[in-house]
Design a protein around this ligand. Structure first.
Ligand SMILES: NC(=O)c1ccc[n+]([C@@H]2O[C@H](COP(=O)([O-])OP(=O)(O)OC[C@H]3O[C@@H](n4cnc5c(N)ncnc54)[C@H](O)[C@@H]3O)[C@@H](O)[C@H]2O)c1
Length: 265
């Protein structure tokens, strides 16, 4: 910027642009991950769509290509460090670099705490927490070597508050909030690490777990600031592009609620 108080022409659109950047989105084959993958592509990024759901990842990549973007669907189990490391290598081999990582792979299991099965507890923590940490670590190494990068983890309002029959999920998302802070601190000036905490969003995940038990969703629904106002997948995209892009250059270590005000009260 040359002149005090005057922005160069096109300053704001360049802030949010991801032209020439390469992004990887875990869980990009469904729900929020799918919407964010397409959104990052619309902002200009080439996008690697990582998922164990190959059909969903292929659908997302096809949607990006149909919109004129560049995409690649890649099978990757985010709980497997060697799979994550090799997909990170593959992305850098193919695209030359990796600038953005969005960690959206995740799951939920509904059960009263006193009956919560140990194997389900392990599965939720393994996917939501370790499955966020491992890609951060693997892609973070590439970004550290480049000297730049932005990671966006998907936490939840459940990283800050409690609701019933979701103890493993709440623990995992509290963990994601803290991992976000931990890595941001260690990587300051090199790799930014932030998270998003969505409210209840209408996605295949919420439909699936809502059918098993409505205890959790009834509790959340009764407390929504606006009755019946769930989030839609496209409503997370603005926050994801903001945190992925230079628009948030001075933002790191934070979790941005996209919650229609749920966490205020
Ligand atoms: N939907 C909501 O209300 C809501 C609210 C807050 C936070 N979140 C979080 O947002 C994220 C996305 O949720 P969603 O609602 O889009 O769910 P979703 O089920 O629609 O999508 C999750 C994706 O993760 C993939 N996945 C599962 N296990 C994987 C693995 N081992 N490796 C790679 N990919 C794997 C699934 O195949 C799926 O495509 C999750 O972390 C979830 O906890 C969702």
């Amino acid at each position: 910027m040359t002149d005090k108080n005057v922005l160069p022409e096109g300053f704001v659109s360049s802030l949010f642009s991801l032209d020439g950047r390469v992004a990887a989105v875990t869980g990009g084959g469904s729900g929020l991950g799918q919407a964010m993958a397409v959104g990052l592509a619309q902002a200009g990024a080439a996008v690697a769509v990582l998922d164990v759901n190959d059909e969903g990842a292929t659908e997302t990549a096809a949607a990006i290509e149909a919109g004129g973007g560049a995409a690649r669907a890649l099978h990757c189990d985010v709980t497997d460090s060697s799979a994550v490391n090799s997909v990170a290598d593959e992305i850098v081999d193919q695209f030359g670099r990796v600038d953005v990582l969005v960690n959206s792979a995740g799951t939920a299991f509904r059960c009263a705490a006193e009956e919560f099965p140990e194997d389900r507890f392990d599965a939720v923590l393994n996917l939501n927490l370790k499955g966020t940490y491992l890609p951060c670590q693997s892609f973070g190494r590439k970004m550290l070597a480049q000297g730049s990068g932005s990671i966006v983890n998907i936490a939840s309002i459940g990283g800050f508050i409690a609701y019933p029959h979701a103890s493993a999920y709440l623990a995992s998302k509290g963990g994601v909030v803290q991992v976000t802070r931990a890595l941001a601190l260690e990587w300051i000036g090199k790799v930014r690490v932030n998270a998003i905490a969505p409210t209840l969003m209408r996605t295949p995940l919420t439909e699936r777990v809502g059918q098993v038990s409505s205890v959790t969703s009834d509790f959340i629904l009764a407390r929504l600031p606006r009755e019946g106002r769930l989030g839609e997948a496209h409503e997370i995209v603005g926050a994801a592009v903001f945190l992925a892009s230079d628009a948030s250059a001075l933002v790191t270590g934070h979790t941005l609620p996209v919650d229609d005000g749920y966490l205020i009260a």
